[in-house]
Ligand binder design. Structure first.
Ligand SMILES: NC(=O)c1ccc[n+]([C@@H]2O[C@H](COP(=O)([O-])OP(=O)(O)OC[C@H]3O[C@@H](n4cnc5c(N)ncnc54)[C@H](O)[C@@H]3O)[C@@H](O)[C@H]2O)c1
Length: 288
């Protein structure tokens, strides 16, 4: 199936994780993909993987916290492939950078706030600003922004991430309103816990903690990058031609559960599995 034959897609953070799988998925269905990432080695490896599978891909060193990099990213992709149809705004350092954005309104410093909001929100505004004129010129296009279950459900000490991801939902709805008349659909995906290359390494050290996490999902597993890539491809495809401004939760049902019953289930799980090492729990903080 070639739903994206003749189309050009930029994927920020397209080297690894969700972005990596999305680049492979869109390329496998005919898109020429442009991977914009700070991890040059992993980006080159993903380009190679796509080419070996018969797809078309290129990469460029792009830091989405830098305005000039985003301008250059769009120009390079359009110079290389001649058009732009799809922009997947996914880049975020889940591990790197977390320390300066982690905390409450009392503990986060202004530079942590600025960096977090630059990557989580300003980069998406700039990406759209530069991509939309090319999409308009081509008769339409698709933007998919990465939100999170953290857009809707809050965790202590996650002020910047959750403000940013909530903003992604609002920005997506707003841009859908502005650019629908141009045939540009703007949607978002809110993933649950998705185990890419980085998180897989973390969970290898703590399989009992991963099982505990997985058990919290109605589908009794955590997600894979392919779960999200499939949703992104759907939203960019003609199958979703009347969907815009929507945030699609792809979370194995995590966010549809009634919280009181969910808490009771977790307590029962720990009674049945008392040796579980729970990431983030005070008693286990030094174990993982
Ligand atoms: N993994 C999850 O559980 C999860 C859950 C909800 C939302 N998300 C969101 O999905 C997106 C991708 O997450 P992931 O888990 O695949 O992350 P990941 O860490 O596996 O991959 C992120 C990619 O982005 C790149 N990157 C990081 N900072 C960058 C920057 N400033 N400029 C350009 N590239 C940069 C990294 O090099 C990497 O290739 C993020 O927006 C994240 O917030 C992830």
């Amino acid at each position: 199936m070639s739903r994206f034959e003749g189309q050009v897609a930029i994927i920020t953070g397209g080297a690894l994780g969700i972005g990596g799988a999305t680049a492979r998925k869109l390329a496998s269905e005919g898109a020429s993909v442009f991977i914009a990432d700070i991890n040059d080695e992993a980006a080159a490896a993903n380009v190679e993987r796509i080419r070996e599978a018969g797809g078309t891909a290129a990469s460029s060193h792009v830091d989405v916290s830098v305005s000039e990099d985003i301008t250059r990213m769009v120009n390079e992709a359009v110079d290389l492939y001649g058009r732009l149809d799809i922009l997947v705004q996914n880049a975020f350092g889940v591990i790197d950078g977390v320390s300066i954005i982690q905390g409450t309104a009392l503990t986060v410093e202004e530079d942590g706030w600025d960096y977090g909001i630059d990557v989580l929100l300003k980069a998406l505004y700039l990406g759209a600003k530069h991509a939309i004129p090319h999409m308009r010129a081509g008769g339409g296009g698709n933007i998919v922004n990465l939100a999170s279950v953290h857009s809707f459900l809050q965790e202590p000490g996650m002020l910047v991430y959750e403000a940013g991801k909530a903003g992604v939902v609002g920005m997506t709805r707003q841009m859908a309103t502005d650019f629908g008349p141009n045939g540009i659909r703007v949607n978002a995906i809110a993933p649950g816990h998705i185990v890419g290359e980085g998180l897989a390494k973390m969970w290898e050290k703590n399989p009992s903690g991963h099982e505990f996490f997985a058990d919290q999902y109605p589908l009794r597993r955590t997600g894979t990058p392919d779960d999200i890539a499939n949703g992104i491809a759907f939203l960019c495809s003609a199958d979703a031609s009347f969907i815009t401004g929507h945030t699609l939760a792809i979370d194995g049902g995590l966010t549809v559960q009634l919280q009181e019953m969910f808490g009771a289930r977790q307590a029962e799980y720990i009674r049945a599995h008392p040796d579980t090492i729970i990431p983030g729990a005070a008693a286990d903080r030094d174990s993982v």
